[in-house]
Design a protein around this ligand. Structure first.
Ligand code: UGA
Length: 454
């Protein structure tokens, strides 16, 4: 099919490249000239495992191309994805201006082209219930004679596994009112529909709420486990054993039950907050989503406080190596990363921070400009730990588990690790002489042999 993608940011580019790899003819529209040039020269402007390879392949066989010209891009289009930003406004409502102007530009082009087939305009963005209907009404009023339908098609990609998620979706949700548009969507996604029941059509509002509900439920599972770490630490239980014990119940399932020092990213914090906001608009106080957020904030505070409490010396003047800045492994994205609050709290308590990440350091450095004098940016985890009073692990990069811990312990002022992601091995920590504090798991504690500072 002929597919146009308006906005080649994260979601747009992954969607476009994946659809091109399935055999569709995809035209990506990008107005940012720097990004456009990068894409036209065959390079991804974002880091996502597998995406560059797929882009090379689809550019080489001509199934994808990039332009800044909407009219040219929609000339033969049967479906047009709107993958533009829908940022929250200060009052909590969504800024629809990008969606409206992109939609209007597409409809203006369609009305000039006067093609005789229905074009399905697809909204991928996560938007509050009612937004697609509003967009449809807005476009109908602005461009009454274009022939199109609007559908909501929320995406469920995870950063770091976006290509794989896009090509192997658990389900495809399509919200709208036009049976013809539903049929087009079914046809476009045909190679990805393994079972008919995994392709779901519903009204706009249900599709929009499905997305918020899914992210809120996932965040709720994490917050539930995070709060449980308090009980585990008090009673000497192990959250990992509980996770396995609970998760093996098929009604519960094992996914998204890993406790840590707080969830982050560009989706969970935003979507849970939006759920609270749309609940208020509907006239009630959503206690559940409020609790999810409060627990997440508390978990980051508890982690920073645990570091101060267990350090064996005053936190003021201490040096803490922070391992991991990205909001999760395999991404350079630091948006709402737990490490932001953890670093700020450590600095507020008077600590100096040595920060390391495999991909996110540059972004974090730009973000934490206001406390730049309190942070050293270090290129590798071993150097970050040398002479430090403790390591605080905030991101689950697998590389952290294979560090030369004996060597690291020997170079630290005091070998203490606070594992905010429960990704290190207790026995390895003990054998290498570390005092080890995971989240909701029994610690390894012993008399510390503090080195004399010069
Ligand atoms: C999330 C959802 O998982 C996707 O399905 C959704 O499409 C996406 O938001 C979105 O709305 O665009 P993403 O933000 O990329 O994806 O990252 P996740 O892998 O979900 O992780 C989010 C946060 O939860 C990370 O900070 C991660 O460390 C944390 N997490 C995840 C836990 O603390 N425990 C877990 O068990 C899983």
């Amino acid at each position: 099919m002929d597919v146009t993608i308006i906005g080649c940011g994260y979601v747009g580019l992954v969607t476009g490249v994946c659809l091109a790899s399935l055999g569709h003819t995809v035209r990506g529209v990008e107005k940012d000239q720097r990004k456009l040039k990068t894409l036209q020269s065959g390079h991804c402007h974002i880091f996502e495992p597998g995406l560059q390879d797929l882009l090379n392949e689809t550019l080489a066989n001509g199934s994808i191309s990039f332009t800044d010209n909407v009219k040219e891009a929609v000339k033969d289009a049967e479906v047009v994805f709107l993958c533009v930003g829908t940022p929250p406004k200060p009052d909590g409502t969504v800024d629809m201006s990008f969606l409206e102007s992109a939609g209007k530009e597409v409809c203006d082009a369609l009305s000039e082209l006067k093609n005789d087939w229905l074009v399905t305009i697809i909204v991928k963005s996560t938007v509050p219930a009612g937004t697609n209907r509003k967009l449809y009404n807005f476009l109908k009023q602005q461009v009454p004679n274009a022939y199109y339908a609007v559908v909501s098609n929320p995406e469920f990609l995870k950063e770091g596994t976006a290509v794989q998620d896009c090509l192997n979706p658990d389900r495809i949700v399509v919200g709208g009112e036009s049976p013809e548009a539903f049929r087009m969507m079914r046809r476009m996604y045909d190679p990805l529909v393994k079972r008919e029941e995994n392709f779901m059509t519903m009204n706009w509002e249900s599709a929009e709420l499905t997305k918020y509900a899914a992210n809120s439920m996932l965040a709720a599972r994490i917050s539930f486990m995070n709060e449980l770490t308090i009980l585990c630490e008090y009673y000497g239980a192990d959250i990992e054993d509980i996770r396995k014990g609970m998760g093996s119940d098929t009604r519960i399932g094992p996914a998204f039950l890993r406790a840590g020092c707080g969830y982050g990213g560009s989706c969970f914090p935003k979507d849970v907050a939006a759920m609270e906001h749309i609940s208020k608009q509907a006239g009630y106080d959503n206690l559940f989503v409020r609790a999810i957020q409060t627990i997440n904030e508390n978990q980051k505070k508890r982690f920073a406080q645990k570091i101060a409490d267990k350090l064996g010396r005053p936190i003021e003047g201490a040096t803490i190596a922070v391992w991991g800045l990205a909001f999760k492994a395999d991404t350079d994205d630091i948006r709402e990363s737990a490490s932001i609050d953890v670093i700020r709290m450590l600095v507020e308590k008077g600590a100096k921070v040595r920060a390391h990440d495999y991909k996110g350091a540059e972004n974090m450095r730009a973000y934490l400009k206001d406390i730049a004098d309190k942070i050293d940016w270090v290129a590798d985890p071993v150097t970050a730990a040398a002479g430090a009073d403790a390591i605080a692990l905030c991101t689950d990069w697998p590389q952290y588990t294979t560090q030369p811990f004996r060597k690291i312990a020997a170079t630290m002022n005091s070998p203490i690790i606070f594992d905010g992601r429960n990704c290190l091995h207790r026995d390895v920590m003990r054998e290498n002489g570390f005092q080890y504090y995971p989240m909701g798991r029994p610690p390894v504690e012993k008399e510390l042999r503090l080195k004399q500072r010069n």
